[in-house]
Design a protein. Structure first.
Length: 104
């Protein structure tokens, strides 16, 4: 008695990296958050690819989280640097371009 049924091995679910928003402390998939990076030159910039070198911090894609992170100094603490006024203004400008979503 022979069976020709193939045994299909169970596939493990793919690992999804998790990150925490420095403003609201909500944990989410890395791809759902926006990475802010401290550049080697000492500046702070948005890293849309998530692959730039430098110390990084993550924020939800909501203007409220960005304002909270910039105004309360949470980005300064997470990036272990003092964010300049010019960089803070640039980050807040970027936050205005984000679509308002669910608050975290």
């Amino acid at each position: 008695m022979s069976t020709d049924a193939k045994v299909i091995p169970k596939m493990r679910p793919r690992h999804v990296p998790q990150r925490t928003c420095v403003a609201c402390r909500r944990t989410s998939a890395k791809r759902e958050l926006v990475r802010i990076v401290r550049t080697p030159e000492g500046g702070v910039e948005v890293d849309p690819t998530g692959k730039r070198s430098g110390r990084g911090a993550y924020l939800c894609p909501t203007p409220d989280c960005w304002r909270l992170a910039v105004q309360k100094g949470r980005l300064d603490r997470a990036l272990k640097t003092s964010v300049s006024a010019r960089d803070k203004e640039a980050l807040l400008q970027y936050a205005q371009s984000l679509e308002p979503g669910a608050e975290g």
